[in-house]
Design a protein around this ligand. Structure first.
Ligand SMILES: C[C@@]1(CC(=O)O)c2cc3[nH]c(cc4nc(cc5[nH]c(cc(n2)[C@H]1CCC(=O)O)[C@@](C)(CC(=O)O)[C@@H]5CCC(=O)O)C(CC(=O)O)=C4CCC(=O)O)c(CCC(=O)O)c3CC(=O)O
Ligand SMILES: NC(=O)C1=CN([C@@H]2O[C@H](COP(=O)(O)OP(=O)(O)OC[C@H]3O[C@@H](n4cnc5c(N)ncnc54)[C@H](O)[C@@H]3O)[C@@H](O)[C@H]2O)C=CC1
Length: 234
C-alpha cells in the first residue's frame, strides 16, 4: 500500500479513496442462507429487517420476543426458537448476530461461532465479532452503507438520513435503465476503455432530473439515444 501511494498519480486509479482502513467492506449474498439472531429485543429487530430484505432465512433464539418480532414469527416470516441460547445451537447457521442483553451469553455464542467458522456480529462488544453492520439505504439494487468503524453509530444514522434525502428512489430507476442497455453496449463498443468513457460521460444529471420529475420515458430515450449515436458514428 505504501508503495502504491508513493507512486502517486499513476496509481491513483487503483488506490481510489483508500486510506488505511480498519475494516474491509463487502456486500454479502445471504439469499436463501440460514441466519440466526440470539435475543429478541429492539436491537435484534433492527438487525432482522435487513437480513429478511436481503432474502435471508431468519431464526431467533430467545426466551422472549418484542411485539414486532412476535408478529413476524406468527406471520411465518421468521422462525422463533423459544429458549435461552445454549452452546451447540449455532451449527446449522451461516451467520449469527448476538443481540441478547446479557454480555456473557453474547460472548459464549461468539466463541461458538468462531470455533465453527461462522460469521458473527456481537452487538454489545463488536471486537468479539468479525463483522459489524453499517447503516443502509437501498434504492433498488443500489446500496449505500455508512460505517464509523463502531466509533459513533449515531453519526452513521445521521449520515444515512442525509443520504436518504439526497438520493431518492429515482436512483434505483436510473440504475435499472442503465443495466438494461449495458449488455447491448458491450457488443456495440467491444473495447473496454471506450465503454468506460461512454458511461462516465452519460452518468450525468440531466437524466436524473428527468427521473426525479417522473419523466421516465424521456430519461430512457436519452440513454437509448446516446447508445444509438454510437452505432451511427462507427
Ligand atoms: C459496532 C456496531 C456493532 C453492530 O451492531 O453491528 C454497533 C454497536 C453499538 N451501538 C450502540 C448504540 C447505538 N446504535 C445505534 C444505531 C445503530 N447501530 C448500528 C450499528 C452498529 N452499532 C455497529 C457499528 C456501525 C458503525 O460502524 O458505525 C447501525 C448503524 C446499524 C444497525 O444496527 O442496523 C444503527 C443505525 C441504523 C440507522 O438508523 O440507520 C444508535 C442510534 C440510534 O439507535 O438512534 C445507538 C445509540 C447512540 C450511540 O451510541 O451512538 C452501542 C452502545 C450501546 C450502549 O451504549 O450500551 C454499541 C456497542 C458498542 O459501541 O460497544
Ligand atoms: N449494536 C447496536 O446497534 C446496539 C447494541 N446494544 C446492545 O444490544 C443488546 C440488546 O439490547 P436490546 O435489544 O435493547 O435489549 P432488549 O432487552 O430489548 O432485548 C434483549 C433480548 O435478549 C433476550 N435474551 C436474554 N437472555 C438470553 C439468552 N440467554 N439467550 C437468548 N436470548 C436472551 C431477551 O429475551 C430479550 O429478547 C444490549 O447488550 C445492548 O447493550 C444496544 C443499542 C444498540
Amino acid at each position: 500500500m505504501k508503495i502504491l501511494l508513493s507512486l502517486g498519480e499513476k496509481c491513483a486509479k487503483i488506490v481510489m479513496g483508500c486510506e488505511k482502513m480498519q475494516d474491509y467492506p463487502i456486500n454479502l449474498r445471504i439469499a436463501g442462507r440460514s441466519c440466526v439472531v440470539i435475543g429478541g429485543g429492539t436491537v435484534a429487530a433492527r438487525k432482522v429487517v435487513p437480513l429478511l430484505a436481503a432474502g435471508g432465512h431468519v431464526t431467533i433464539i430467545s426466551p422472549a420476543m418484542n411485539p414486532l418480532l412476535q408478529k413476524m414469527a406468527e406471520a411465518g416470516e421468521i422462525e422463533h426458537v423459544a429458549k435461552a441460547y445454549e452452546t451447540g445451537d449455532l451449527k446449522p447457521f451461516f451467520l449469527v448476530i448476538c443481540a441478547a442483553d446479557n454480555p456473557v451469553v453474547n460472548a459464549r455464542a461468539a466463541r461458538e461461532a468462531h470455533s465453527l467458522g461462522i460469521l458473527v456480529n456481537v452487538t454489545d462488544d463488536p471486537e468479539q465479532g468479525n463483522f459489524i453492520v453499517p447503516a443502509q439505504v437501498a434504492r433498488g439494487r443500489l446500496l449505500f452503507t455508512v460505517s464509523t468503524g463502531g466509533q459513533s453509530p449515531a453519526l452513521a444514522r445521521r449520515l444515512r438520513e442525509e443520504l436518504e434525502e439526497r438520493y431518492g428512489v429515482e436512483y434505483g430507476t436510473y440504475l435499472e435503465l442503465i443495466a438494461q442497455v449495458r449488455s447491448e453496449l458491450k457488443q456495440k463498443l467491444p473495447a473496454f476503455p471506450e465503454r468506460e468513457r461512454f458511461w462516465r460521460e452519460l452518468i450525468d444529471r440531466d437524466v436524473l432530473t428527468l427521473l426525479r420529475e417522473g419523466r421516465i420515458k424521456e430519461a430512457e430515450e436519452r440513454i437509448r439515444h446516446a447508445t444509438g449515436c454510437i452505432g451511427t458514428e462507427s
